[in-house]
Design a protein. Structure first.
Length: 333
């Protein structure tokens, strides 16, 4: 691929950058259906992208940034990976941060080269998009107990469930256990209709959603019926020893100190445990200490336990989510 600046008549500054892409098939994928990928980059960076054969002209103040994003995404396609809207958003937001998707820095193209991190599941291959997510996934494979702490939308639970599914289908664990504290945030369990399962399932729905992203629906139902996959409130973990299992505790900021200690001491032989949470979203009664915050303080120096942290720049949901989190952080600061 070649990048050619076209210079204004006075010889001052480039008015556009010309990017030539040698593989027309990959260029079509880069542009997306009806050029929707180019339109997304134009919107995010306020530039104009004009396709002329196998050349894309980049016009606008942010032309160099846009060129970097296009080069990174094209390198991704060369490595046999697809380009989705979330990948484009991540490439734009993380450019120049030392953890983005540019093609010039060795660290930046890590997720595009042959050594990229990938989590294989039955339905899709999951790829951590930011440096923090990559470090987190490495920790999930390396450590028996890992914490993922940060705001909503940063992939903490999603990646943990993906790794759990990967470990189960590859025979490294016998079962998956997913849990959450059933803490009321506006409605009490007793006021919800139905039996105990009906009352609890709404709290567990994000875990079902993640599983259905990685496994066929019929397989999920069968594995749950066989108890190869368990999804249960934190209170149901008391008295158990969780052996040969991949265990995920989600929304851990809503566990009390005693509940957290109870859960952590369930870890059995051949198991791995992941604790995820957001310290800014504690729904416990006023005055109750969050078990996540307490565990972070107590276990920070314990050998074999990893702590990985996320910020708003790791958000992989709608870009507006990152801006909302940053606004709230700025107001709190």
């Amino acid at each position: 691929m070649t990048v050619t600046p076209r210079v204004a008549p006075e010889g001052a500054t480039p008015v556009e950058l010309l990017l030539e892409f040698p593989d027309n098939r990959l260029l079509i994928e880069l542009c997306g259906e009806f050029d929707r990928n180019l339109a997304q980059i134009e919107h995010l960076l306020s530039v104009h992208l004009l396709r002329r054969g196998n050349v894309i002209a980049v016009v606008g103040d942010a032309r160099e940034e846009a060129a970097e994003v296009l080069q990174g995404l094209y390198a991704r396609l060369e490595a046999g990976r697809g380009v989705e809207p979330g990948d484009i958003d991540a490439a734009v937001r993380l450019r120049g941060s030392g953890e983005g998707t540019g093609a010039r820095d060795g660290d930046q193209i890590e997720m595009f080269d042959g050594g990229a991190l990938e989590i294989g599941t039955r339905k899709k291959t999951v790829e951590p998009r930011t440096k923090a997510q990559q470090d987190y996934v490495r920790a999930l494979y390396k450590h028996e107990l890992a914490f993922g702490i940060g705001p909503a939308g940063t992939g903490k639970t999603y990646l943990a469930v993906a790794v759990a599914v990967n470990q189960m289908i590859n025979g490294h664990v016998d079962k998956i256990i997913l849990s959450r504290p059933a803490v009321e945030a506006g409605e009490r369990l007793g006021f919800l209709p139905g039996d105990m399962k009906d009352k609890v399932d709404p709290y567990m729905q994000p875990l079902y959603d993640a599983l259905n992203d990685f496994l066929p629906g019929k397989m999920v139902a069968k594995l749950i019926e066989e108890k190869t996959i368990e999804i249960a409130p934190l209170a149901f973990m008391r008295g158990r020893t969780l052996s040969n299992a991949y265990v995920v505790l989600d929304e851990a900021q809503n566990a009390t100190t005693m509940q957290m200690k109870m859960f952590l001491t369930r870890l059995g032989q051949g198991s791995k445990m992941v604790i995820t949470g957001d310290r800014s979203q504690v729904d416990l009664p006023r005055g109750a200490m969050s078990g996540l915050i307490d565990a972070e303080r107590i276990l920070g120096g314990v050998e074999g336990i990893s702590f990985n942290y996320f910020t708003a720049k790791d958000v992989v949901r709608h870009p507006m989510v990152a801006r909302i989190i940053e606004a709230y952080d700025a107001d709190a600061g």
